[in-house]
Design a protein around this ligand. Structure first.
Ligand code: ADP
Ligand code: DP6
Length: 339
C-alpha cells in the first residue's frame, strides 16, 4: 500500500479568456490566455491519492460523492502519468498494477463558473505525479485534464501559449510575473449563484468554434494585441490599462457566447448590474479603480488594488443590500507558488 499524498491547488481567473480548441483530444487552445492565480486559502481544491493492491477498481470521490471513473480526461491523466513512470522506472510494475483512490474536495462551488476544473486537475495531476515519483512538466499533464488547469500550476500572472504544433509540445504555460511582483493586487469574488451551469465550458466552447463568426474575429484580431498589451500592463503595474483590457476581454468573450448558436447565456441580470455599477463607479472616481471579469457563469471576479478594497466592499453592500451573506466570497491575494 502506498502513502497517502495530499495536495492543495488554487484556482486561476483569466483576464484574457481561453475559449475554443484547435485540438479536442490534446486540449490545445485556439488562442493564448492570461490569468492570475489566487491564494489557496480562499478558493482551492484539496486532493488525496493513494494506490493499493486491495482496491478493485480506480475510484474518484468528488466533494464526498463517488463519481464515475469512466471519464476520458481523468483516464488520460492517469494513463499518461503511469506511462511516464514506466519510462522513468520511478516505481515498480507491481505498484503500477494497483488501482488508485482519489478523494477531492473544493472549498468553493464546483462547476459554477469559478474555475473548479482548473484547481481540480492541477491538484490531481500534482498529487499523482508525486505518488508515481515522476519528474515532468506538471502543467502539460494538468492541461490533459482541463485546459485552464495548466495555468493553475504556477503562481502570480501566467500566460498559456496556444502554440502551433499539432502535437501540442509548444502549447505551454509560463509565468509572466511572480506573486510578489504586484503585491497590492486583490481579487473579490461575488457569488451570484453557486449552482452547476447548464452548459459546461468544454461543450460551450465546442459549440462556439462550430458556430460563432465572432470567435474567429476574436482569435485573429483581438486576442493577440490584448495579450501583448496586458503583459506589458502587468510588467509596468499599470492598473488602469490592465483593468480596461480585462473588462473588454470579458465582454467580448460573453459576446462570443451569445453569438454561439444556440447561444450560451452565462451571465444573469445581477451580473449585468455588477458591470453597470463598476463602470459608473469608475466614472465617478475619474479613474479606473476596479475591473470585473466573468468566466462561464454568472459570478463576478473583481480585480482591484488593496487601497480600494474597503470602499468597493461597502459599495457592493450598499448596491446589493439583499444579497446573501455568502455573496462576497472572499478576498484573495496571489499565491506565493513561484515555480
Ligand atoms: P468550472 O467552471 O467550475 O471549472 P467546469 O464545468 O469547467 O466548471 O468543470 C467542472 C468539472 O471539473 C467537474 O464536473 C469535474 O469533472 C472537474 N472537477 C472539478 N473539481 C474537481 C476536483 N477537485 N478534482 C477533480 N476534478 C474536478
Ligand atoms: C471561461 O479550461 O474549463 O474559464 O479545457 O474544456 O476543460 P476545458 O475548459 P476549461 O475552460 C475555461 C474557460 C474560461 C476561460 C479561462 O479560464 O481562460
Amino acid at each position: 500500500m502506498s502513502d497517502i499524498i495530499t495536495i492543495t491547488a488554487p484556482v486561476n481567473i483569466a483576464v484574457i479568456k481561453y475559449w475554443g480548441k484547435r485540438d479536442e483530444e490534446l486540449i490545445l487552445p485556439l488562442n493564448d490566455s492570461v490569468s492570475a492565480t489566487l491564494d489557496t486559502n480562499v478558493m482551492c481544491a484539496k486532493t488525496s491519492v493513494c494506490a493499493r493492491p486491495d482496491i478493485n477498481e480506480n475510484e474518484i470521490w468528488l466533494n464526498k460523492i463517488k463519481e464515475s471513473f469512466n471519464n476520458k480526461r481523468l483516464q488520460n491523466c492517469l494513463n499518461e502519468i503511469k506511462r511516464i513512470a514506466r519510462v522513468q522506472k520511478s516505481v515498480d510494475e507491481e505498484f503500477l498494477s494497483w488501482n488508485v483512490r482519489i478523494y477531492s474536495e473544493n472549498n468553493f462551488p464546483t462547476a459554477a463558473g469559478l474555475a473548479s476544473s482548473a484547481a481540480g486537475y492541477a491538484c490531481l495531476v500534482t498529487a499523482l505525479a508525486i505518488l508515481y515519483k515522476i519528474k515532468t512538466d506538471i502543467s502539460t499533464l494538468a492541461r490533459l485534464g482541463s485546459g485552464s488547469a495548466c495555468r493553475s500550476v504556477y503562481g502570480g500572472f501566467v500566460r498559456w501559449h496556444a502554440g502551433v504544433k499539432p502535437d501540442g509540445s509548444d502549447s505551454i504555460a509560463s509565468q509572466i510575473a511572480n506573486s510578489l511582483h504586484w503585491p497590492d493586487m486583490r481579487v473579490i469574488i461575488l457569488v451570484v449563484a453557486d449552482t452547476k451551469k447548464h452548459t459546461s465550458s468544454s461543450k460551450g466552447m465546442q459549440c462556439s468554434v462550430a458556430t460563432s463568426e465572432l470567435l474567429q474575429y476574436r482569435v485573429l484580431h483581438s486576442v493577440p494585441k490584448r495579450v501583448d498589451d496586458i503583459c506589458t500592463a502587468i510588467q509596468k503595474r499599470d492598473f488602469a490599462k490592465f483593468a480596461e483590457i480585462t473588462m473588454k476581454d470579458s465582454n467580448q468573450f460573453h459576446a462570443v457566447c451569445l453569438d454561439t448558436y444556440p447561444p450560451c447565456v452565462y451571465m444573469r441580470d445581477i451580473s449585468h448590474s455588477i458591470v453597470e455599477v463598476i463602470h459608473r463607479y469608475n466614472e465617478i472616481c475619474g479613474e479606473v479603480k476596479v475591473a470585473y471579469t466573468f468566466d462561464a457563469g454568472p459570478n463576478a471576479c473583481l480585480y482591484l488594488l488593496e487601497k480600494d478594497v474597503p470602499e468597493i466592499i461597502s459599495l457592493i453592500k450598499q448596491v446589493f443590500p439583499t444579497s446573501n451573506p455568502e455573496f462576497i466570497k472572499g478576498l484573495s491575494t496571489q499565491e506565493s507558488q513561484d515555480r
